[in-house]
Design a protein around this ligand. Structure first.
Ligand SMILES: CC(C)(COP(=O)(O)OP(=O)(O)OC[C@H]1O[C@@H](n2cnc3c(N)ncnc32)[C@H](O)[C@@H]1OP(=O)(O)O)[C@@H](O)C(=O)NCCC(=O)NCCS
Length: 159
């Protein structure tokens, strides 16, 4: 009987293998500008959020990341994921406009969920801007429901 290689044996092989088209993997330096371009094309950027800084912050620790899919070397979809020690959060779920309705959005969320669950998250949440009600049907298809919460926030940056 053929013995399957252990996860330990496979890990270096998998790390060295290039990601297959459509597979979600952690962002690399080479992806960053394309990801920002994708977010702009998807209408997800806002003047008060610096997308390069958001990516750098997400990559700075072990509990957050940006996952990307590529096709022919171009970034086609993304999801930012972060575990805060209580909940897992999704941000910047985006699919290139020409590639929507092909399952990439679902795949992005599923990949980010798996990443968060592997870090201890038992519940996953996300915020949808009140101006983006179109997307509620998408999240509904993926099992996300209104949590009947109001999100409050304030900037605490000091210079
Ligand atoms: C939202 C978004 C990521 C969806 O990506 P997508 O690749 O088109 O989604 P999928 O093809 O994986 O769709 C998954 C399911 O959701 C459904 N769906 C997708 N968009 C939908 C919408 N706007 N309304 C209702 N259902 C939708 C699909 O029909 C599919 O249903 P199925 O389970 O019957 O197959 C994409 O439209 C996008 O990038 N939008 C702009 C960025 C954005 O608003 N992101 C969310 C920020 S909170």
């Amino acid at each position: 009987m053929t013995a399957f290689p252990s996860g330990e044996q496979l890990a270096p092989v998998l790390a060295a293998a290039p990601a297959a088209d459509g597979e979600f993997v952690e962002i690399t330096d080479a992806d960053v500008d394309q990801v920002v371009e994708l977010w702009r094309a998807c209408g997800l950027t806002r003047p008060w959020n610096d997308p390069h800084l958001d990516i750098a912050d997400a990559r700075a620790g072990d509990t957050s990341t940006v996952l990307v899919a590529r096709a022919d070397g171009r970034v086609t979809a993304s999801a930012m994921a972060g575990y805060d020690g209580h909940r897992g959060w999704l941000y910047y779920v985006a699919v290139a406009p020409g590639l929507r309705s092909t399952g990439l959005g679902r795949a992005a969320v599923v990949a980010a969920e798996a990443w968060l669950v592997a870090r201890g998250a038992r519940k996953i949440q996300l915020m949808v801007r009140t101006t983006n009600t179109d997307v509620l049907g998408f999240y509904g298809r993926l099992g996300y429901t209104d949590q009947e919460c109001t999100v409050l926030g304030r900037w605490v940056e000091s210079d």
